[in-house]
Write a protein that binds this ligand. Structure first.
Ligand code: F0G
Length: 459
């Protein structure tokens, strides 16, 4: 049941079919080139696109814009301590700024970093340090029909094999991304985090949790991990983070803000066995790097008002009505899409439904980008915008051909979900007519091509 009502509204409209056809052509069949005003239901990302609460807007007005030592920073620090259990926080302008501040001091050239699956910006920051980002997803994670409760888990056996290959001294950090965005938003169990902690202790590595969607993860833990069935969401949310030395956070996800992020770290006394990690030194080094790239460590690239809104948003994120509504809405979208005949990745994850475009458009071979073809048809049919995560975004990679439909938080209602499902059903109806696409212009960096490349239908 919806746990909020509208106080402020933003008009949206559905352009005519003729206009949508024209827009698609003018955008070079790339949804990133379409203006938001021409999109009816925008499921491009759940990052920074949600609605803030009245309390958050009130906090914006009270934000303290002092360069150093602002009251808003203290509010954020207290919220991070209460909600996430970390006593130290270094703010950043958004998640990737936090990644730069942390991985820039933690990772050196020639190192290897393990992750259940690196998100794009995480992978880029590790690679930017001259290090090797290695994914350790569990068996079945890349199978959209495999049924398991925690398909986001870190594969310990694979992690140990990599450590043996490259040498423990060359693995400074292990990252666990909860939920796992690069594996269809799948959750990670607390038991798995405990086991990764053991591995990190064995090799004296820093354990980092990418906590962008940590409350959605807690919801799945409560639902699926027996030990936690009677725990509150807030307690699980904190418990899962106790295994980490540090967390990277994008406020644009479960900070419920439109911008912002931070690195959270514990002080030494938190964990008796420090696993060889010098928490005091890490904090000092992250702070220094953050000054260079983000700003003074009490605002870190955010306006004081954004810091204030983030402090409130973090506390709202662990309230049960928010997260129940959130995860169940995503699940509802998944159910409706299935009913509409769209094959989807299952079970449905926390922030998005991932449509299996390879199965949806089986006539289109991988080289002709079935995922991007589906993105275009969803726009053409109903001005719905999603994002391709397959051959177009990751050329040459052996990956599933997925289209992600990410729901912004507290933004759309049931009518819009229905519209998305009807749109998918209409595309399914004429799937034989959908043609593949070919790239006609792309930027020099292949890793970034999906943001700006232009395409055309294959003859
Ligand atoms: N880590 C994860 C798991 C993410 O999903 C993102 C962003 C980041 C880090 C970086 O955070 O955008 O604030 O710099 N994901 C967005 C998405 C962009 O659409 O999935 P950021």
């Amino acid at each position: 049941m919806r746990s909020y009502k509208a106080k402020t509204v933003e008009p949206i409209s559905l352009p005519s079919r003729e206009k949508r056809n024209r827009i698609l052509e003018e955008a070079g069949y790339n949804a990133f080139n379409v203006d938001a005003a021409d999109v009816y239901v925008d499921l491009l990302t759940d990052s920074g696109t949600g609605a803030m609460s009245g309390e958050q807007w009130a906090a914006m007005m009270r934000g303290d814009e002092a360069y150093a030592g602002s009251r808003s920073f203290h509010e954020l620090r207290e919220a991070v301590a209460d909600v996430m259990g970390f006593s130290r926080v270094v703010p950043a302008h958004q998640g990737r700024g936090a990644e730069n501040a942390l991985y820039g001091v933690l990772v050196e050239e020639g190192d290897t970093v393990l992750n259940n699956a690196h998100f794009d910006t995480t992978r880029a920051h590790i690679a930017n340090q001259g290090a090797d980002p290695v994914d350790c997803p569990v068996e079945g994670a890349r199978d959209p029909t495999h049924d398991a409760p925690f398909k986001g888990n870190f594969d310990l056996a694979r992690g140990r094999t990599v450590v043996d290959d490259v040498g423990a001294e060359n693995v400074p950090a292990i990252v666990v991304t909860i939920t796992n965005n690069s594996t269809a938003g799948q959750p990670v169990s607390v038991e798995n985090l405990r086991q990764v902690r053991e591995l990190a202790d064995e090799i004296d590595a820093t354990l980092v949790v990418d906590a962008c969607r940590f409350v959605e993860n807690a919801y799945f833990v409560k639902e699926r991990e027996d030990e936690f069935a009677d725990w509150s969401i807030a307690d699980i949310a904190r418990e899962q983070l106790t295994y980490a030395d540090a967390a990277v956070m994008s406020g644009k996800k479960e900070g419920l803000t439109n911008i912002g992020g931070f690195v959270a770290m514990r002080s030494g006394e938190y964990r008796e066995d420090d696993g060889g990690v010098d928490h005091d030194a890490l904090f000092e080094r992250v702070k220094q790097r953050a000054i260079l790239y983000e700003g003074f460590p009490t605002y870190g690239g955010m306006a004081g008002r954004d810091v204030a809104a983030l402090a409130v948003g973090l506390r709202e994120a662990v309230e049960p009505p928010y997260v129940e509504d959130r995860v169940e809405q995503v699940r509802e979208l998944g159910d409706r899409l299935k009913e509409a005949g769209a094959p989807i990745y299952e079970p449905v994850g926390g922030h998005a439904v991932y449509v299996d475009a390879g199965a949806f458009l089986p006539e289109i071979p991988r080289e002709q980008l079935p995922g991007q073809a589906l993105v275009c048809e969803l726009y053409r049919e109903g001005a719905v915008r999603g994002v391709e995560l397959g051959e177009f975004a990751f050329p040459g990679a052996d990956r599933m051909q997925l289209v992600r439909l990410a729901l912004p938080r507290r933004t759309y209602g049931r009518e819009q979900l229905e519209h998305v499902a009807e749109t998918a059903a209409a595309v399914a109806e004429r799937r034989e007519e959908v043609s593949g696409l070919e790239v006609v212009a792309e930027p020099p960096m292949k890793e970034l091509r999906h943001f700006s490349a232009e395409l055309r239908p294959v003859e």
